[in-house]
Design a protein around this ligand. Structure first.
Ligand code: ADP
Length: 496
């Protein structure tokens, strides 16, 4: 049996490649950041060619680290930042413009108009999604409406639309395969999560020709083979899933009611809800978790737009820390945030507030406030936002969350996880391998290429965990949450 599964993890801020052994251990990993483009207030773009060049280079480097032998790799799993839209020319493979990133708010007005037209419930019923600029549909429409000549070309069938997974599959297969998986399709707002097909009514509403769309396949299946001229070998692309769904899979949350939170650029709480889509009306999203053979598993999701990105802002914007990891050092110099609250609503707020017009805020500053308090309050904002989403999920499902599995870049921060445990009053469990997103993609691939024969076999890999236990009383918890919510209320409906 071949030794490794290659996971390509194309995130919002970096492209990563990890080679996993069969028992879920990291054999080699390489990561590379790429530029974030902010052309306007609230707009976020990526260059699709930077996405591709960083991704392919880390793949080659990760392989070189273990001797460069493609013959030892059984297949490729892809996981990716979701909802981000790329439109490219079917013949030349050239993107028609930059990728519009999931965080981008440029289509807020369009979404507002659709809401005013009374379409929100209907769209939610079909897609499980909230009418928000976050999802792909309004971004594709924006490109077709604003890039000169794009609509005409699209109508003639000359353009392809894809989320980042489709783009990578296209590039890896030398332009032969235009496909996506069920989990990524379910984030586009063009896909009906009940019929499991692109929805003609939604395509019409957003003016997207069907010919632009990728073929939708189960998350664990053979999507195609890499072109030897591109990668040096013909390997099966055997697993594809959006980053959060992949993380749910990588955390082995295979059963009904199992959940995880990822502290990445954004924050994402997902709960496996089994074989039926669990529809709610209160700001949570219903989404496809994954498809394996004929079986589709659904999840309920609450998202926080700005999570670790707030720490990046401390580093790159305020320049009060040198690296993200420094945040723990400075925050631990003070016992608490000294009454300071940071609401990192840089691009509006997600669940449970869903306010695209909220903007960031620091409140509670006094003469005694230091940079350490602000750093600590920024870290704590990740914990508060997560607690708000859990509260909402509990209220929607009548389930009590008893423990939380965590992952993502910022879950390396012990102070954050201790605070999270205190504010939720439940244990927080961090696996020894926090690269669960990449691991999920590797597992999905491993299932289709025969490395694993069942989910039970994968579950045996579940790694040892660090556990953070609560140390504060109920009074402390309630007071902090009350103040946090007061702070949030001041940041809402700021940008008209
Ligand atoms: P993504 O996949 O969304 O790019 P990652 O899971 O790699 O994100 O997480 C990166 C985010 O985590 C960044 O926003 C970074 O600021 C934050 N981060 C990384 N390490 C730490 C740390 N030790 N403490 C706090 N935040 C961190």
């Amino acid at each position: 049996m071949k030794k490794y599964i290659m996971a390509l993890d194309q995130g919002t801020t970096s492209s990563r490649c990890i080679l996993f052994t069969r028992d879920g251990k990291i054999a080699s990993a390489v990561s590379r950041e790429f530029p974030q483009i902010f052309p306007n207030d609230g707009w976020v773009e990526h260059d699709p060619l930077s996405i591709w060049s960083t991704q392919i280079s880390v793949a080659c480097e990760a392989l070189l680290k273990i001797g460069g032998n493609w013959k030892e790799v059984s297949g490729i799993g892809i996981t990716n930042q979701r909802e981000t839209v790329i439109v490219w020319d079917r013949k030349t493979g050239d993107p028609v413009c930059n990728a519009i990133v999931w965080q981008c708010r440029r289509t807020a007005e369009l979404c507002e108009q659709l809401r005013k037209d009374g379409l929100e419930d209907h769209i939610k019923e079909k897609t499980g999604l909230l009418l928000d600029p976050y999802f792909s549909a309004s971004k594709v429409k924006w490109i077709l409406d604003n890039v000169p000549g794009a609509r005409e070309k699209a109508e003639r069938g000359e353009l392809c639309f894809g989320t980042v997974d489709s783009w990578l599959i296209w590039k890896l297969t030398g332009g032969k395969i235009h496909a996506t998986d069920l989990s990524n399709a379910s984030r586009t707002m063009l896909f009906n999560i009940k019929t499991l097909d692109w929805d003609d009514e939604l395509l019409h509403l957003f003016g997207v020709p069907r010919s632009m769309l990728p073929q939708v396949l189960p998350s664990s299946s053979i999507f195609g083979y890499s072109d030897p001229e591109v990668l040096g070998a013909s390997l099966p692309i055997g697993g594809v899933a959006g980053d959060q769904q992949a993380a749910l899979f990588g955390q082995c949350c295979f059963g009904d009611g199992e959940l995880k939170n990822t502290y990445g650029t954004g924050g994402f709480l997902l709960m496996n809800t089994g074989e039926k889509p669990y529809m709610t009306t209160n700001g949570l999203i219903t989404t496809v978790a994954w498809g394996i053979k004929d079986k589709v598993t659904y999840a309920l999701e609450g998202s926080v737009f700005v999570c670790g990105a707030a720490i990046q802002w401390l580093r790159d914007g305020l320049k009060i820390i040198e690296s993200s990891a420094d945040s723990e050092y400075y925050a631990s110099k003070v016992g608490d945030s000294g009454g300071v609250y940071v609401v990192p609503a840089f691009q509006g707020l997600g669940a449970p507030w869903w306010d695209p017009y909220a903007r960031g805020m620091i409140i509670g500053i006094t003469r005694a406030t230091t940079k350490n308090h602000i750093i600590r309050a920024t870290l704590e904002s990740m914990g508060y936002q997560t607690a708000d989403v859990i509260d909402l999920m509990e209220r929607s499902t009548d389930m009590k969350v008893k423990a939380l599995r965590v992952d993502g870049g910022a879950s390396a921060n012990n102070l954050l996880l201790s605070f999270q445990s205190d504010i939720l009053s439940i244990p927080i469990e961090r696996p020894s391998c926090i690269e669960t997103t990449a691991l999920g993609a590797a597992y999905l691939c491993g299932l289709s290429v025969g490395t694993y024969s069942s989910l039970e076999e994968i579950r045996k890999n579940a790694s040892q965990t660090d556990v953070f236990s609560p140390s504060k009383d109920e009074k402390w918890r309630k007071e902090r949450i009350k103040e946090w919510r007061k702070a949030v209320s001041r940041s809402l409906v700021w940008k008209e």
